[in-house]
Write a protein that binds this ligand. Structure first.
Ligand code: ADP
Length: 936
């Protein structure tokens, strides 16, 4: 050691010089009594140590130097915070003493470095350090590098170290949150399951979640119900809190409070409050968990939390804001998982309810259909008999009525049969009986029966069904129902253009396509078409009859043949329905063939019914109506019902018909109905739209409208009446009821017209100005004399104050006040008499005397005032003049000489003239005729 100071030589370094420089750590290093340490006095220190110190001290990276076999510590300023409260004792302290609690981890690598095995490196090493009064979970990345002594052996160790606790904890927390996030999408069945899964997940991360308790409301569908413990982790078995399970009580008041307030609470001193309940196995044996965060679990849409999560904090970490924030995020994630589970449960609940409703509906339809069949048969039989009775034939009007009954029963039967078919298919009771069939021949036969109806509707009809390469095994009745339903829909929903039916062999299947140029179907409705009872709202059609069952049947019947149905459609352009059917195999013994070729019979009813949707142009039958009878306009798209209504009304009134709302409006040019009787559901323009149009047209604004609808129930009646219909009848209605309603409404309208005509006549005949005023002062009706009094351009009615005939506020303020006051008085005292000035439209002033009386409407409690206004301008003038003359006469009589006579006359006369002028107004130019006597 050439630099070790020899006797008598003054050393060139000391603690003062070696540790010179700023900072608290250097000061501590200088102050240390190094002679008392294994390193001995600073003056003796070897060159290598001093060099190492000069490297360590200025560094900004936390650096520690262990020197000598005892690893005596020297470190820089940047390292001091790492030591916590181990500083300042750590200065010059042997490593094993300073890091006693972790020496089992730090010692061995240090020994290896000393033994000459080279440098070490460790990453993210966990150390439970006691440097802030408690055992703290920390993470470090460090390297130990040997520092050679003068003989080449290892004399010391450079320790460079980085505290990576924050990063490691951050990663771990993120990981927890990510895993909790997967719970929300895992589709846990119930909220309890979600809670248990969350607690299970947290329990596997004991370091951050040594203790967890999850509480949920015992009835999750009810706000504010009891809380029950659902899952726990880390709570000692048999402890008081573990007994909370689903009991609806909890021994921790903070849990209740958080459930009420929705705010988190920090709980401390847990070890004292619940001895032996919260503990965790730490690196140095069991450790008590002393603090916990009580976190409400909130789900959007609920005012109160649905549960509470209690998380005990790790005793090895301070429950600082970062830790608390993390626990809040955990609670949020658990809440999200709960929300999903709740939504899922609610969805399942709804689906079950819907399925139940569906079942009940089907059952109801099934029962109702069965019930309907018997009476329908009993109606159809005798009607059929009467119609075909040639021995005692029906007179034509009776025959016509019974024809309607026959057709309507047939229609109802088909509907009932369709419903029963669907119900039977659904319950598996309907099985196809496949027969070897030439499908092309059968299909052409069915199509043929539609030709007439389609042509009568003005539609083209193309049938392209060449022979198929194979025999098909199909249930012929079912195939017929499929084709017929598609064709009758095509006819119903196509107003112009053509219908095309093709049958082809494609990929070993028979493919039927029915294409139309009709109204088409909106894309969002297309997937729903084959659902039971689904109907597209508001689409144009030849008829609005239907129950939304036809396509369901097509779908089910095709399905029974292992085929598929599809639709392609463009609103406004048309639709194509395609049925793909496998040819099928011979199956057991086939019942005898009924329809191998030739025209089928089942479609007859459909064709006949379809024909009834086509407009009928025949005029209504002329009834024995007297010439002055009222005219009723019947608006109805169903031809049978139209004929029925016409037959019913024609003996009493003139009847005009229209097939829909639009047609009715077009008829208004030639027909003046006294009453309109209209269906609600109609193509092109429905009853409500027609009603609005009628009310908006002055020619028909007051014509009573009676609506007919198939929709039963209060609501539809309210709809109808609220939209301004005068009356509303729900189908089915009796003829007597219909006639009574039409008669009553015509009579009411007549009285209304009569009354208003009378009133107009009476008020018109009055000589005096007459007006009707409502309780707000608005003048709502006047007669001719009133218009005359105020001038023809008195404005439009109702006229509200300030009226155009009041004196002008600027030019004649006093008179204006008089007029306003008069109105106020009359309204306040519910009538009475008043004099006030008004202003004629040409500007001259008139004085009127008004006499008003009022009546109170017992329903609304509001008053209506009726009043007469009399022109008293001339009376007032005459009175003024009389008074002036009387005063003059008195003066003259008192005068003693000529001077007094003159002064009496000249002094008074101008005042009288002025007053008279005031009464008349300065602008008077001309008075309308009818002068009061004495004027002039
Ligand atoms: P509906 O008795 O109402 O006609 P469907 O089941 O036969 O019952 O049809 C269901 C709905 O599908 C109908 O209400 C109609 O809106 C629509 N639809 C069926 N066929 C057609 C078509 N060819 N063109 C346009 N819309 C159609």
């Amino acid at each position: 050691m050439e630099e070790r100071p020899g006797r008598g030589r003054r050393p060139r370094w000391s603690a003062e010089t070696l540790f010179a420089g700023p900072g608290e750590t250097r000061a501590a290093l200088r102050a240390k009594d190094w002679a008392a340490t294994p390193l001995g006095p600073v003056e003796w220190w070897p060159t290598e140590l001093r060099a190492a110190i000069r490297t360590v001290l200025p560094s900004r990276i936390p650096m520690l130097l262990w020197w000598g076999p005892q690893l005596v510590q020297i470190f820089n300023d940047a390292y001091t915070p790492v030591l916590g409260d181990k500083y300042p004792a750590a200065v010059g302290q042997p490593g094993a003493e300073c890091w006693a609690e972790v020496w089992d981890v730090l010692g061995p690598p240090a020994d290896r470095v000393f033994a000459g095995q080279g440098a070490t490196y460790s990453e993210n090493e966990r150390l439970f350090l006691r440097r802030h009064g408690y055992l703290e979970e920390t993470y470090w990345t460090s390297s130990y590098s040997p520092v050679g002594g003068e003989d080449g052996s290892v004399a010391g160790i450079f320790v460079a170290t980085t505290d990576v606790t924050a990063r490691v904890l951050g990663d771990r927390r993120l990981d927890t949150l990510r895993e909790l996030g997967t719970l929300s999408v895992a589709g846990t069945d119930t909220a309890d399951d979600a809670c248990r899964a969350a607690v299970g997940l947290l329990a596997r991360r004991r370091t951050d979640f040594p203790v967890v308790l999850a509480y949920l409301r015992t009835d999750l569908m009810t706000e504010g119900s009891d809380l029950g413990l659902v899952a726990t982790a880390g709570v000692a078995e048999g402890s008081e809190l573990a007994r909370d399970r689903a009991s609806g009580v909890t021994g921790m008041p903070e849990v209740w409070r958080a459930a009420q307030s929705g705010r988190a609470e920090l709980v401390s001193a847990l070890a004292d409050r619940y001895p032996g309940t919260f503990r965790v196995d730490g690196p140095l044996g069991p450790a008590p968990v002393n603090q916990a965060l009580v976190l409400p679990l909130r789900v959007s849409g609920r005012t109160q939390p649905v549960g509470v999560l209690v998380v005990g904090a790790s005793p090895y970490r301070e429950l600082d804001t970062a830790y608390q924030g993390f626990l809040h995020l955990v609670a949020d994630r658990v809440s999200t998982a709960l929300a999903y589970a709740l939504a899922y449960a609610e969805g399942r609940h709804r689906a079950a309810a819907l399925a139940e409703i569906d079942k009940v509906k089907t059952q109801f339809f099934s029962d109702a259909s069965h019930e309907l069949r018997t009476p329908l048969t009993l109606i159809a039989g005798p009607v059929e008999e009467s119609l075909s009775d040639t021995r005692d034939p029906l007179p034509p009007p009776q025959r016509e009525r019974l024809e309607i009954v026959r057709r309507s029963t047939a229609r109802l039967r088909r509907l009932v049969d369709n419903i029963l078919d669907v119900v039977r298919i659904e319950s598996g009771r309907m099985q196809p009986h496949p027969q070897p069939t030439d499908l092309a021949v059968l299909t052409r036969g069915i199509a043929e029966s539609f030709e007439f109806a389609l042509h009568r509707a003005g539609l083209g009809f193309v049938v392209d069904a060449p022979a198929l390469p194979r025999t098909a095994y199909v249930d012929r009745d079912m195939w017929e129902k499929i084709v017929v339903n598609l064709l009758s829909n095509a006819l119903k929903y196509t107003l112009t253009g053509e219908v095309r039916l093709t049958l082809r062999d494609e990929d070993g299947q028979a493919v039927l396509a029915v294409t139309d140029t009709g109204v088409g179907i909106p894309p969002d409705e297309q997937p729903l078409l084959f659902e039971r009872f689904h109907r597209v709202r508001g689409s144009d059609a030849r008829s609005h009859e239907g129950a939304g069952i036809g396509l369901t049947l097509v779908n089910e019947l095709t399905g029974l043949h292992r085929g598929t149905v599809g639709v392609r459609s463009q609103p406004g352009a048309g639709s194509t329905f395609t049925v793909r059917l496998p040819y099928g195999e011979p199956f057991g013994e086939a019942p005898p063939s009924t329809a191998g070729s030739g025209a089928p019979v089942a479609s007859q009813g459909y064709v006949e019914e379809s024909a009834r949707w086509l407009p009928e142009v025949a005029p209504p039958p002329a009834g024995p109506v007297h010439p002055g009878a009222a005219t009723v306009l019947v608006v109805e798209d169903n031809a049978d019902l139209r004929t029925f209504l016409t037959t019913l009304l024609a003996p009493h009134w003139h009847v005009e018909v229209a097939t829909d709302g639009q047609a009715a409006l077009e008829r208004l040019d030639s027909v003046r109905p006294d009453l309109v009787l209209t269906d609600v559901m109609m193509p092109r323009m429905d009853g409500f739209e027609l009603l609005t149009a009628l009310r908006g047209d002055p020619r028909t604004a007051l014509v009573p409208v009676v609506m007919l609808s198939g929709r039963a129930g209060e609501e539809s009646a309210v709809d109808g009446l609220a939209s301004g219909a005068d009356d509303y009848l729900v189908k089915p209605f009796s003829s007597v009821e219909l006639l009574a309603r039409v008669r009553a409404n015509l009579e009411l309208a007549r009285l209304r017209n009569h009354e208003s005509a009378w009133r107009t006549a009476v008020t018109g005949s009055l000589q005096e100005a007459f007006c009707i005023v409502d309780d707000s002062g608005a003048v709502i009706e006047v007669n001719d004399a009133f218009r005359h009094l105020v001038g023809a351009d008195a404005g439009h009615l109702p006229a509200r104050p300030p009226y155009p005939w009041w004196p002008q506020a600027q030019a004649e303020p006093a008179e204006r006040r008089q007029a306003e006051e008069a109105l106020r008085q009359i309204l306040a005292s519910h009538g009475g008499r008043a004099r006030f000035p008004i202003r004629h439209a040409d500007g001259h002033r008139i004085w009127v005397e008004a006499l008003f009386s009022s009546v109170r409407d017992p329903d609304t409690g509001r008053r209506t005032y009726a009043g007469t206004l009399r022109d008293i301008t001339d009376e007032l003038l005459a009175a003024d003049r009389q008074a002036a003359l009387a005063r003059l006469a008195t003066r003259l009589a008192k005068a003693g000489d000529v001077t007094e006579v003159l002064s009496a006359g000249l002094g008074r006369a101008p005042a009288a003239v002025r007053r008279a002028r005031g009464r008349r107004g300065l602008l008077r130019r001309q008075r309308p005729g009818g002068c009061a006597p004495g004027a002039g």
